[in-house]
Structure formats: structure tokens, C-alpha cells
Design a protein around this ligand. Structure first.
Ligand code: NAD
Length: 374
């Protein structure tokens, strides 16, 4: 079983899908590992560290030659896979709802695309879940980047020259990223409040010592919904939410938005008129900016100033923490493949529950129900 890792080719992608730690672990399972030269540079992992761990470090296309499995952070174009074995597996993020052409190309080329975003949200797959590991770091980075842009301090400080007031931070969307944003803002000393459409998050917000701010007049999503994800809300709910946000947001210094709906553009949570009610110097970080944005006017990788409020957001937030993000991503991939490793067969053999969930293409066809049902 030969596993290959290519240098990421997408613009701004600094992560890598394997680390020296997981190289050793894959070799211990009986695999050989090939890493493209320079693959770890963006994550501060030199080629020597990969060789010392036992990987063959090879230039360009040689890395992928004869591979049974190719690992990636963002799935490579099919052209970069030439030389891999027929029917090779490619485990990476595919962004399948937005990358239909890429998925089709994988089918046509006979590769088996395994989309890590489609990992089911079940207990045994938690350690394989790249969305969680990357969102967690992104939630942290959003607060740190906002603190950096904010011209004031986060914690209350009593000084001889007078008191510095604590920043008020509002987190919208309390999934994995939102929870980490709340925890980080609390640690920095901000007064934190948070909201979500899923009522199950109320208790989680309070357990982190933050204040829940919820629409009470219209019912939100009870329980965990489908796999714990949100859906699009009714017009009535959206109106009630907009009113609630309008009255709350004017008093906030920092707003972190994280709301996402799988397979849909991000819901719009903050309008330009609402931004206009905020104090000049306030900062909004739109973690959903690459998915269409939660905030009117936000632009990926730009600082947009509207009504004196700075609106920021990165196109790839976890890539701003490339070393930790790669370490966790690489472990997710290792946990996934090793959980299914069949010692007799000397390769992973996927089961239906997880295999069918993540497999996009097989035998020349697109086979994933979430794509074929569209
Ligand atoms: P996500 O990234 O899809 O969305 C972020 C948050 O935005 C969610 O909490 C969502 O409810 C919220 N949101 C959506 N529309 C909104 C709106 N209009 N207004 C306000 N908030 C809105 O979510 P996620 O971080 O992937 O997590 C979703 C859930 O899945 C969580 O409950 C999480 O604990 C659970 N989860 C389970 C597992 C597992 O069991 N393996 C793994 C990861 C996450």
C-alpha cells in the first residue's frame, strides 16, 4: 500500500495532509509513504523531517507515481494525479456541492474520491472529522485576528490612569467554531454573548460563562436536527432574528459570525443598516465569508471599513494556523484510514456507514446519494 502526499496547489493553502507523526504511523501499519518535495513548507515542516520519519521525499510527479492512496487537504486537480494506480483513492476535502466539475473529472478518471467533509457526525467518526478540527482552530483565530484589529483592549484593566472597559463580544452561530470563539474571547477577558438557531446550544453557551441571546417569539430548531446541522429558517424566524440582532449589536464591540448551512450559501445575519448602528472602531469577523458571508459587504482577505466598523474575514482561516491545522488534519486522515485497516488485506476496507457517506466516485461514476439526489 503506497500512500502519497502532494504539495497543496490551491492559492493560499499552507496546510499539508500528512505530518512526520502520521508518516511513522502509516509505516507502522505496513504502508510506504511518498511526500512531494516542499509539501510541508507552509506548515513549517522541512523535507528532512519527512525523510527522517521514513517517507520518500520526491520531486513533482514522482511523488504520486504508483500510489494506491493520495492524501490532500484540498483535493488536487486530476492532472496532478497522473501516475497514481487505476482506481486509486484520494482522501481530501472536495467541497462537493460547489465543485461538481472536479467530482465528475474524478469519476471519469476512475479515481475513488473520498470527501472528508461528508464524514458522518457520529461518535466513532469524531476523531476523523476535519470540519471539526479545522473549525475549532478557525474559531480561535477569528477572535485573535479581531483583537489585533481592535484599537482597544479585551480585558477590563484598572490602571493608575483610569479604567479600561472590557470589550463586549457577540458570537453568532455556536457550532464548533463558535464555541471555540466564545472560549477564546472569555479567556482574553471580554464580556461574551452568543446566539444560534439551535436551542441545544443555549446550555453550551452558559456552560462557557457567556450570555445566550435567543429569539423567543418564534421557535428555533429543537434537538440536534439532521446530524446536528442547521437548516434554512422560516421568514418569520429570520425577521424576529433580525430585530433581536439589531437591538443587541449596537452595544457590541466585536462580533464573530460563524453561521453555515451545509450545501447552501451562508445565511445573511448582519445588514449594512445594522452595521451603521455599531460604534466606530468595532470589529466584525465573518468566518463564513468564503461561503457567501454572514455580513453584508464582507470580502475575503480584505479589511472593509463601513460606517467606521472594520469587517474582516479570511478565505481560509485554518490555513492561518498551518502547523496546528495540519497536525490535526493529518491525524483525522490517519484515524480514518487506520480505523478500517485490514491487516490481512494490507489496506483499508471501508464499511457502509462511513464509506458510503464519504465516497463520491467509484467505478467511473458519481455514486454519492447527496450528489445524485440533487
Ligand atoms: P456549522 O459550521 O454547519 O454551522 C455553524 C453554526 O451556525 C451552527 O451551530 C448552526 O446551528 C449555526 N447557524 C446556522 N444558521 C444560523 C442562523 N441563521 N443564525 C444563527 N446561527 C445559525 O456547524 P458545526 O460547527 O459543524 O456544528 C454543528 C453541530 O454538529 C454542533 O452541534 C456540533 O456539536 C455537532 N458536531 C457533531 C460531531 C460528531 O458527533 N461527530 C462532530 C462535529 C460537530
Amino acid at each position: 500500500m503506497r500512500i502519497a502526499v502532494l504539495k497543496e496547489r490551491a492559492a493560499g493553502e499552507s496546510r499539508v495532509a500528512m505530518t512526520p507523526e502520521t508518516v511513522k504511523k502509516f509505516i507502522a501499519l505496513g504502508a510506504t509513504v511518498a511526500v512531494e518535495e516542499g509539501a510541508g513548507a507552509g506548515a513549517s515542516i522541512p523535507d528532512e523531517a519527512f525523510s527522517e520519519a521514513g517517507a520518500e521525499v520526491l520531486a513533482g510527479k514522482k511523488a504520486v507515481a504508483g500510489a494506491d492512496i493520495v492524501l490532500g487537504v484540498q483535493a488536487p486537480e486530476v492532472a496532478a494525479l497522473s501516475g497514481a494506480k487505476d482506481g486509486a483513492w484520494v482522501a481530501a476535502t472536495f467541497d462537493p456541492f460547489r465543485n461538481g466539475e472536479l467530482v465528475e473529472a474524478y469519476a471519469k478518471a476512475g479515481f475513488e474520491a473520498l470527501s472528508m467533509e461528508f464524514m458522518p457526525r457520529i461518535t466513532r467518526a469524531q476523531s476523523m472529522d476535519v470540519l471539526s478540527s479545522q473549525s475549532n482552530l478557525a474559531g480561535y483565530k477569528a477572535v485573535i485576528a479581531s483583537a489585533d484589529e481592535y484599537g482597544r483592549a479585551f480585558p477590563m484593566m484598572m490602571t493608575a490612569a483610569g479604567t479600561v472597559q472590557a470589550a463586549k463580544c457577540f458570537v453568532m452561530g455556536v457550532g464548533v467554531a463558535g464555541l471555540q470563539a466564545i472560549a477564546t474571547a472569555k479567556r482574553l477577558g471580554a464580556q461574551v454573548s452568543a446566539t444560534d438557531v439551535r436551542s441545544a446550544t443555549k446550555e453550551q453557551i452558559m456552560s462557557l460563562g457567556a450570555k445566550p441571546v435567543f429569539v423567543e417569539s418564534v421557535e428555533g430548531i429543537e434537538g440536534e436536527g439532521s446530524g446536528g446541522y442547521a437548516t434554512e429558517m422560516s421568514e418569520e424566524y429570520q425577521k424576529a432574528q433580525a430585530e433581536l440582532v439589531s437591538s443587541h449589536i449596537a452595544k457590541q464591540d466585536i462580533v464573530i459570525t460563524t453561521a453555515l448551512i451545509p450545501g447552501r450559501p451562508a445565511p445573511r445575519l448582519i445588514s449594512d443598516a445594522q452595521i451603521a448602528t455599531m460604534k466606530p472602531g468595532s470589529v466584525i469577523f465573518d468566518l463564513a465569508v468564503a461561503r457567501g458571508g454572514n455580513v453584508e459587504g464582507s470580502k475575503p482577505d480584505e479589511t472593509v471599513v463601513k460606517h467606521g466598523v472594520k469587517i474582516i474575514g479570511f478565505s481560509n482561516t485554518s490555513a492561518h494556523l498551518a502547523a496546528d491545522a495540519s497536525a490535526l488534519f493529518a491525524r483525522n486522515l490517519y484515524n480514518f484510514l487506520s480505523a478500517f485497516w485490514d491487516q490481512d488485506a494490507g489496506k483499508p476496507v471501508l464499511d457502509e456507514e462511513i464509506g458510503d457517506a464519504v465516497r463520491l466516485t467509484q467505478g467511473g461514476k458519481v455514486v454519492n446519494e447527496r450528489l445524485t439526489a440533487q
